[in-house]
Structure formats: C-alpha cells, structure tokens
Write a protein that binds this ligand. Structure first.
Ligand code: ACO
Length: 339
C-alpha cells in the first residue's frame, strides 16, 4: 500500500505587495526584481494572520477537496513557526475540529513540502495512519528584514495543503519514489542567527543585549545558493525520475519550488524539459518556502492546466541545505482557486 493524494487546497493572505510598493521604502526597482527573480508581487500577512491561521484556511480547503471531515494525523511543514514552542500542528488540528489525532511540525525551509510529504506518506506506509492532512504554511516575511533589499523582495506568505489516504501504488495520485538529501556544511548560506538555543546559550543572562538587530532576521548569500539550487534540484529530480523509470519526455509538468524564475528555468534546462512543461506562479506569490509547491499545484489544477493523468515531477531546494523530489500521476481531485 502507498500514500495517495486525494485533496488539495491553498490560501494566500489578502495583502498584496507589489515591486513598486517595495521600491517606495527600499533602494530597488520593479525592473531589478522582475528580471532577477521573476517576481511581480507577493502576499504578506497582516492583521493578526500568521502561520497557524494560514494553515487552518488551506487545510480546510484541502479537506473539502477530499470530501472528508476527519483524518488520522496532521503534519505541518513550516520554517516560520507560530512560536518557538510548541509545534503549530496540534493547534491547527484542533481549530479544524479534527480532535486529538497525531500532530507535529516538520522544519526544512524551502524543501519542507517534499520532506513533509515523505514523512506524511511514511505514516501511511508504516500503517500508523490511513489518512493524513499535510500542510505547508509560512509567514516567513515576518522573519525577513523589510529594510534589506537583498532578501525583502524575494519572500511571500501563504499556505498549501494536501490530504493523503492509503491506496495502491498503481492508482493515480500515488506518491513516490522520493529522493531527499542535505548538506549541513553549507548551513550558513541561509540562516536566521538569533532566537534559537545557540544564541540563547551564548547570550545567557545578557537579555539579548549583545545580539545585533540584524541577527533576528534572515541572512542569505544569494549567489552560492543560486548555484547550489540549480545543481541540487536538477540532480535530485534526475535521480527520482531514474528510480521511477520515467523518461524525462514522459513528464507533463515540472512543479519546482518557486525560489527564482531563473533557477526553475535552469533546472528544467539541465533536465532537458521544454519551457511549456514548467509550472510557474512566482510572479504572483514570490518564494513561499514550504507552501510553494502545493500552492503551485493548486493553481494549475484549479486553472485546468494540470489535469487527471498528467505525469508530475516535484522538486525543491532550500536552507539546510536540503533538497527533495518525487513524482505522481495527477489524480481526479477538485481544486478551488486561492482567491
Ligand atoms: N534591488 C536592486 N539591486 C539589488 C537588489 C535589489 N533588490 N538586491 C541586490 N542588488 C544588487 C547587489 O547589491 C549587487 O550590486 P553590486 O553588483 O553593485 O554589488 C547586484 O544587485 C547583484 O546582486 P547579486 O546578489 O549578485 O544578484 P543575483 O543576480 O545573484 O540575484 C538573488 C540575487 C535573486 C537573491 C539570487 O542570487 C537568488 O535567487 N539566489 C538563490 C536564492 C535561493 O534559492 N534561496 C534558497 C531558497 S530560500 C529558503 O530556503 C528559505
């Protein structure tokens, strides 16, 4: 038996921030952001919305899409936790009326959806759960210094969710194989230095007085990350296609993590996948980390471009460093537009 995708949903906070909006407070321009990243606008949380509330909205839509009111487990992938402790998944489960089922978070930055999907599928494969609600949810813009032009334009907030159920490997929607990997030697290329135990231990008793303000926010070395992202995603995607015995010509849609339009295109080029089979929505949402892949799947399914029977390659790369890929044949699931 294996995990089969049976429902999908997405949610974006209502506040849209365009490149021109950013240019009013940052030394940047719509032209620079569009040509370097492909992003035109992104959504940002406001008025009390945060990772948990975005997850509840997306989760409710995925449950509706699957036509179920209960699941055996809830998993949330996020790198913008609601609080340092506890995990947000139990609260999301409770707010969705799912009772006292197993619930926990997975942290793997932009590859969080692939890592979380493999974990959720593993709960089903191992017989621990028959159904799982898995949500990628991020309010990551709250962790980005909005006065730093090298990071502020890139990220956006949102949530995407899927429902998985126990099924047969030959069914449409069956997930896998998976390819997952990491390189912790390069962890510092993308990190938020303060807030965790490393800084708190070093800072013991000083009341954070010694922590530079910038350390509470994301630090990113864009150039080396760009190279790593292209290389790692392309290699991981090629490995998973090999394991699945899918020639690249069989792939109808490459649904890659939306970190940067140039990165997604470069990965497709490495894989020799034509541009018309590359799914893209970064222009409207930016980089939404663990929410990126499910929001893109939801967009394409709701818009009718992704149809039952299409062969889909999923791949993501992010901080850690970490990366992951999987494949599935798109099932006959209902998808609503995010707004
Ligand atoms: N507006 C105008 N100019 C800018 C801006 C901006 N917003 N940001 C940087 N610049 C300038 C730089 O200062 C630099 O100027 P200089 O040449 O005078 O020094 C110039 O533009 C070029 O900067 P680069 O950083 O070299 O630009 P690059 O083409 O590499 O694009 C980017 C930067 C978009 C960040 C790119 O490197 C990238 O996408 N990297 C990968 C990001 C990624 O994949 N992260 C991992 C996933 S995220 C996660 O896991 C949370």
């Amino acid at each position: 038996m294996t995990a089969v995708l049976t429902g999908i949903g997405g949610f974006l906070p209502p506040r849209a921030v365009t490149n021109d909006d950013l240019s009013r407070t940052l030394d940047t321009s719509d032209e620079w952001i569009r040509t370097r990243t492909g992003i035109r606008e992104r959504r940002m949380v406001s008025e009390g919305l945060s990772t948990g509330s975005l997850a509840v909205e997306a989760g409710a839509r995925a449950l509706r899409s699957a036509g179920v009111t209960g699941v055996d487990a809830v998993v949330v992938a996020t790198t913008s936790p609601e609080r340092l402790c506890p995990a947000v998944a139990p609260e999301v489960s409770s707010r969705l009326g799912l009772g006292t089922v197993a619930a926990f978070d997975v942290t793997s930055a932009c590859s969080g959806f692939l890592y979380g999907l493999a974990t959720a599928a593993g709960l089903i494969d191992s017989g621990t759960a028959d159904t799982v609600l898995f949500i990628g949810s991020e309010a990551f813009t709250t962790l980005v210094n909005q006065h730093d032009r090298t990071t502020a334009p890139i990220f956006g907030d949102g949530a995407g969710a899927v429902v998985l159920r126990r099924g047969a490997p030959e069914e449409p929607g069956a997930l896998g194989p998976f390819d997952l990997g990491s390189d912790g030697a390069l962890a510092d290329l993308l990190a938020i230095p303060a807030g965790g135990s490393r800084q708190r231990s070093a800072d013991a008793g000083l009341g954070h007085a010694s922590v530079p303000a910038a350390d509470w926010y994301l630090r990113m070395e864009g150039r080396p990350l760009y190279t790593q992202a292209v290389e790692r995603m392309a290699q991981s995607a090629a490995r998973v296609l090999d394991r699945a015995a899918w020639p690249v010509t069989d792939v109808d849609w490459f649904v890659g993590h939306q970190a940067n339009l140039r990165i997604v295109r470069a990965v497709a080029e490495e894989l020799q996948l034509p541009g018309e089979r590359v799914a893209v929505n970064i222009d409207r949402v930016g980089n939404t980390l663990a929410a990126s892949v499910p929001l893109l799947l939801n967009d394409y399914a709701a818009g009718g471009a992704l149809r039952p029977g299409h062969r889909v390659l999923l791949s993501a790369f992010g901080a850690g460093l970490s990366w992951g890929s999987t494949v599935l044949v798109w099932p006959d699931v209902k998808a609503e537009p995010v707004d």
